[in-house]
Design a protein around this ligand. Structure first.
Ligand code: G1P
Ligand code: ZN
Length: 542
C-alpha cells in the first residue's frame, strides 16, 4: 500500500557544494528527510521502472534514511533499488555501481569528511546516470520543489533486511542488496598494475592506509591486504562506525596527524594514506614528504601512463579554480587541454563525459579520473603505489624531481571556521566592492595585477556559474583566493587560498608558510580578515 503523506515545506533545503548537509537532529525532524527525497524524485523525469542505487558512508542515521529512500522509491515507481550491504557504499563505489549497472541515478547518504554521530552531520546527495553529482539545473529544481512540496509518497512496508546479500521484493519493486566492495575492487584491478604493486610490497615497502573509522575500511582491506598482499593491520581504523570512532574523518595534516607522524618517524612505514568519511578524499604521505593535493594531481598526470588503465595517455586535466597551477604546467608540457572549473566535483562531469579531461582534482584532497564521476580516494592511493612501483623511487624523490622539472607551486589553504555569517558575507562584499580599485595597489613588494570574481562557462552545455570566489592576482603569478564554503553546517567558513610559483630548484626547500608569509599578510590586508572575523589565526591550515 502506498501512503500519500501531507507535508509542509522546510526552509533551507538547498543543496550546497555537495548535496544537502545538516545536523542529524535537523534531518531527524518528522518529514524532513522525506520532503527532500520526494523533492529529488519530483525534479526527475522518466525513472518509472528504472534502477536507483542507494548507499552511504555508514554514519549515524544512515540506515534509517536508507529505509525511507527504498520505501519512497517503491511508492514513486522505480523498478529496482540496488543497495550496498549494511547500507554501505563509498561515494566512488556508488558512482561505479550507477555506471556499471546503467542505473537511472543514485542517492548517496554522507556528509563526507564532517564528523558523524547523533548531534553531528548528515547529508543526502543525488547523482545522475553518468554516476556524477547532479548538475545545478537539477539541484536548483530540487530546492524549488522543496519550497512548495505538499505531499510525499511512501510504501507502507516492513524495513528491508540490509545485511543479507540477495534480491527481494517490496511493494512490487525489486531490492537487490549487493556486495559494496567487489565491483569497485575489480575496477581498481583493471586500472592499475596490481602485479607490480604486489611485488613492491612483497619486496619490503611498507604501506599503511588509515580509514579513520569510516567507509573505506572494507575496500582498503580487500584491495590492499587481500589482493595486494600487504600484512594484516596495514589498514587502520578499518571498521566503518556510526560516529567514525570519534574520528574527524578528514584526511589532512590536522585530523590524520597520527598517520603523518608515524610515516615521518625513522622506523615508520614508507608510504601512508588516509581517506575521508565517504571515501572520495585522499591524503598522500611518504617518508619525509607530505604531498599537497595540488601536487598530487600534477604528478599523477605527469606519470599517468605507468598505469595500464591510462597507458594510452590522458586527453586533458581539469582542476578547480582554487587548486594550484601545478597541473597546468604538466598539461602545457604534454600539449593537452587544461580546464579551470568552480569548486565542486559536479563541474568536472561534462568535461569527463565529453572526453576532454581524463584526470581532475581539487586542492581539498580530491583526485580522480574518468573511471567514475566522483573523486576517488583509494584510486589516488593506488595510482601513487603504481607510480612508486614503476619508478622504483620513494615519494620524496618523485616529488622533488617533479618540482625540479616543472617548478614548485607553494600552496596553502587557511580556513576560518564557524565565523559569523554576516561578518563573512561582509568580507566578501567588501572585496567585491574593491575589485575595480584593487589592480595597481601594492602591499610591500606585492603589486596586484588583476582581481575578479571567478565565473565559469561550461564549454559543453554553456551554463554559467558566477560568484565562485574572489581572485587577487599579483604580478609574477602569485595569487590569493577568497571564497565561502558551501558545505558547512554551522555559521560560515571562510577559505583563503594562497599560492606562489617558484621555478628555481634551489628555493624548493623552504617551509610552505614561510614561503607564503608575505602573501598571507597581503590577504589579511586586502581582505581585512582579522578585523572582520575577529579571528587572530585560521582554525585549520592545510
Ligand atoms: C569543499 C571543498 C571542495 C569539495 C567539497 C566536497 O567544499 O572545498 O573542493 O568539492 O568540499 O567535498 P566547500 O566547503 O569549500 O564548498
Ligand atoms: Zn568526501
Amino acid at each position: 500500500m502506498i501512503n500519500i503523506v501531507p507535508t509542509t515545506p522546510f526552509e533551507g533545503q538547498k543543496p550546497g557544494t555537495s548535496g544537502l548537509r545538516k545536523k542529524v537532529p535537523v534531518f531527524a525532524q518528522t518529514h524532513y528527510a522525506e520532503n527532500f527525497i520526494q523533492s529529488i524524485f519530483d525534479s526527475l523525469e522518466g525513472f518509472a521502472g528504472q534502477t536507483l542505487v542507494v548507499g552511504g558512508d555508514g554514519r549515524y542515521y544512515n540506515r534509517e534514511v536508507i529505509q525511507k529512500v527504498i520505501k519512497m522509491a517503491a511508492a514513486n515507481g522505480f523498478g529496482k533499488v540496488m543497495v550496498g550491504q549494511g547500507g554501505i557504499l563509498s561515494t566512488p563505489a556508488a558512482s561505479n555501481v550507477i555506471r556499471k549497472y546503467k542505473a537511472f541515478g543514485g542517492i548517496i547518504l554522507s556528509a563526507s569528511h564532517n564528523p558523524g554521530g547523533p548531534n553531528e552531520d548528515f547529508g543526502i546527495k543525488y547523482n545522475i546516470g553518468n554516476g556524477g553529482p547532479a548538475p545545478e539545473k537539477i539541484t536548483n529544481a530540487v530546492y524549488a520543489r522543496s519550497q512548495v512540496i505538499d505531499i510525499y509518497k511512501i510504501s507502507d512496508v516492513e524495513d528491508v533486511d540490509l545485511d543479507s546479500i540477495g534480491t527481494l521484493d517490496i511493494a512490487g519493486m525489486a531490492v537487490e542488496v549487493i556486495d559494496p566492495v567487489a565491483d569497485y575492487a575489480d575496477l581498481m584491478e583493471s586500472l592499475f598494475d596490481f602485479d607490480a604493486i604486489r611485488a613492491m610490497i612483497a619486496g619490503g615497502t611498507r604501506v599503511v592506509v588509515d580509514s579513520m573509522g569510516a567507509v573505506t575500511g572494507p575496500y582498503a582491506r580487500e584491495i590492499l591486504e587481500k589482493r595486494l598482499g600487504a600484512p594484516e593491520g596495514s589498514v587502520r581504523n578499518a571498521t566503518p562506525l556510526p560516529d567514525f570512532g570519534g574520528h574527524h574523518p578528514d584526511p589532512n595534516l590536522v585530523h590524520a596527524k597520527e598517520l603523518y607522524d608515524d610515516v615521518m618517524s625513522p622506523d615508520g612505514p614508507d608510504f601512508g594514506a588516509a581517506s575521508d568519511g565517504d571515501g572520495d578524499r585522499n591524503m598522500i604521505v611518504g617518508k619525509g614528504m607530505f604531498v599537497t593535493p595540488s601536487d598530487s594531481l600534477a604528478i599523477i598526470a605527469a606519470n599517468a601512463t605507468v598505469a595500464p588503465g591510462y597507458a594510452k595517455g590522458i586527453t586533458g586535466i581539469a582542476r578547480s579554480m582554487p587548486t594550484s597551477g601545478a597541473a597546468d604546467r604538466v598539461a602545457e608540457k604534454m600539449g593537452i587541454g587544461m580546464y579551470e572549473t568552480p569548486t565542486g566535483w559536479k563541474f568536472f562531469g561534462n568535461l569527463l563525459d565529453a572526453g576532454m579531461a581524463t584526470v581532475c582534482g581539487e586542492e581539498s584532497f580530491g583526485t580522480g579520473s574518468d573511471h567514475v564521476r566522483e573523486k576517488d580516494g583509494l584510486w589516488a592511493v593506488l595510482f601513487w603505489l603504481n607510480i612508486l612501483a614503476a619508478r622504483k623511487q620513494g615519494v620524496a624523490e618523485i616529488v622533488k624531481e617533479h618540482w625540479a622539472e616543472y617548478g614548485r607551486n607553494y600552496y596553502s589553504r587557511h580556513d576560518y571556521e564557524e565565523v559569523d555569517s554576516d561578518a563573512a558575507n561582509g568580507l566578501m562584499q567588501h572585496l567585491r566592492d574593491s575589485l575595480i580599485s584593487l589592480p595597481g595597489q601594492s602591499f610591500y613588494d606585492l603589486t596586484i595585477e588583476a582581481a575578479d570574481d571567478f565565473a565559469y562557462r561550461d564549454p559543453i552545455d554553456e551554463s554559467i556559474s558566477e560568484n565562485q570566489g574572489i581572485r587577487i592576482l599579483f604580478e609574477g603569478g602569485s595569487r590569493v583566493v577568497f571564497r565561502l564554503s558551501g558545505t558547512g553546517t554551522a555559521g560560515a567558513t571562510l577559505r583563503v587560498y594562497v599560492e606562489r610559483y617558484e621555478p628555481d630548484a634551489d628555493k624548493h626547500g623552504i617551509d610552505t608558510q614561510e614561503a607564503l608569509a608575505d602573501l598571507i599578510a597581503a590577504a589579511d590586508h586586502f581582505g581585512e580578515i582579522k578585523a572582520r572575523t575577529g579571528r587572530d589565526a585560521p582554525s585549520v591550515i592545510t
